[in-house]
Design a protein around this ligand. Sequence first.
Ligand SMILES: [Zn+2]
Length: 236
Amino acid sequence: MILTARDLIHRLANDVGAPYREVAKRVNSEMQKGTGLIESVRLIARQSNLDSSKYRLDAGRIAQETRSILVLDYSQTLMISAVLGQMVESKSRDRFPIPAFFAFLELLGEVSKIPTTRNSDAPVQVDENTTRIIELTTTLVSVICEWSKEGIVGVSGDCPKILQELARAVSRRTRMYQQGIWTCLSCGKMVALKDTRALLCLECDQSMYGRTSIVEQPDRERERTGYGQSTKREPV
Ligand SMILES: [Zn+2]
């Protein structure tokens, strides 16, 4: 079962008989014109005389897989949240995209209502699961939201009913973000983006971290590439 954009593009590259990077680049350039992920993949499939209908992504299953990772282990979920929070603030080109982060927060909000049974025997693979969450959430917003050149413009016609509320929330929060408004992750207050620190309003940041906010410790920051692999910072 293919659940991520990366796996879908791998399959297409295999079928086309071209290197992954080359096909991924073609998909990206289609998407930059405002074409959706699946339409872009299908367009390239058709250009290669392949049956485009077999390239599919099931948004419901993507969301379910994301939730199932988030309920695995409470402390792991906290660590994943912290890494994603840093990545969304990163100034690099490969930062974690804001809409995917909002989808993550919405799904996290849903699972917190489910009692999490801590299983101390479960192997905890924070890095692998963080990468997986990044791929799943970036893929999910590509499928459930309607995109244009300017970014998200609403809910996609392909979005299943059960995820429409999520897609609307992602779309709304992304638009607010583009207008410079942020909702504090701790108290929920709406503040100007410039008056935030580590995704919190200044008051919450002060009371939680004092002067040792994570953004003030660049040494701890990790550089990640688009699909979540950690890399060393390279001199530009
Ligand atoms: Zn706050």
